[in-house]
Design a protein around this ligand. Structure first.
Ligand SMILES: [Zn+2]
Length: 160
C-alpha cells in the first residue's frame, strides 16, 4: 500500500492593490459582469471575466432557467465563447466574482465541479495553465495558477 499526499498552493491577496494590475483589472471586470447575472431563482450573482492572450477580455454571468438544468454558470459563458470564437488563442486567466444579492459576501466562491472540468478541458487543449482568480463581492482574492490545483486527478482525453 502507498499513500500519496496531493497539495496545492493558494495565493491570498488582501486587496486588489497587492495584485498584478492585469489580474486586478480582471477581477474588477468580473465584478462588473455580475450586473448581467440572470439569477431570479438562486439570487446568487456570479460574474466571470476571461483574459485572452491578445489582452481581450470576455465577460459572462450566470444564466438561470425555470428548468434548472438548462441554466449555465458564469464561468462557462466566456469559456465557450472563447472556444467558439477564438479557438487558437491562449486563455491566460479567468476571474470569478460571486455573491448572494441579499448580503454581500466577503468569502471567495470557487468554481463548481462542472466548471472545473470545463476549464480543465481548455487547459489541456492549450497545454498551458489558466490562472483562476476568485472573490466574493469584496474581501480577499484567491489565486490558483492552474485548474489542476482545484481538480486533482482530473479526467481528461488521455483516458479515452
Ligand atoms: Zn459552475
Amino acid at each position: 500500500m502507498e499513500k500519496k499526499q496531493i497539495s496545492f498552493e493558494l495565493t491570498i491577496f488582501n486587496s486588489l492593490d497587492e495584485m498584478l494590475p492585469e489580474d486586478a483589472n480582471l477581477v474588477m471586470e468580473s465584478k462588473r459582469a455580475m450586473a448581467n447575472s440572470y439569477s431570479p431563482y438562486s439570487n446568487f450573482s456570479v460574474g466571470a471575466a476571461l483574459l485572452l492572450e491578445s489582452g481581450k477580455i470576455l465577460l459572462g454571468s450566470n444564466q438561470e432557467n425555470a428548468s434548472f438544468p438548462a441554466g449555465v454558470c458564469a464561468e462557462r459563458v466566456p469559456l465557450f465563447y472563447a472556444g467558439a470564437n477564438h479557438p487558437d488563442e491562449e486563455i491566460k486567466a479567468i476571474a470569478i466574482t460571486a455573491s448572494p444579492r441579499e448580503h454581500h459576501s466577503k468569502e471567495p466562491a470557487a468554481p463548481c465541479g462542472i466548471c472545473r472540468q470545463a476549464i480543465s478541458e481548455y487547459e489541456n487543449k492549450q497545454k498551458k495553465p489558466i490562472r483562476i482568480l476568485m472573490r466574493g463581492y469584496s474581501g480577499p482574492i484567491y489565486k490558483c495558477d492552474s485548474i489542476s490545483d482545484l481538480l486533482p486527478l482530473g479526467f481528461n482525453s488521455s483516458f479515452l
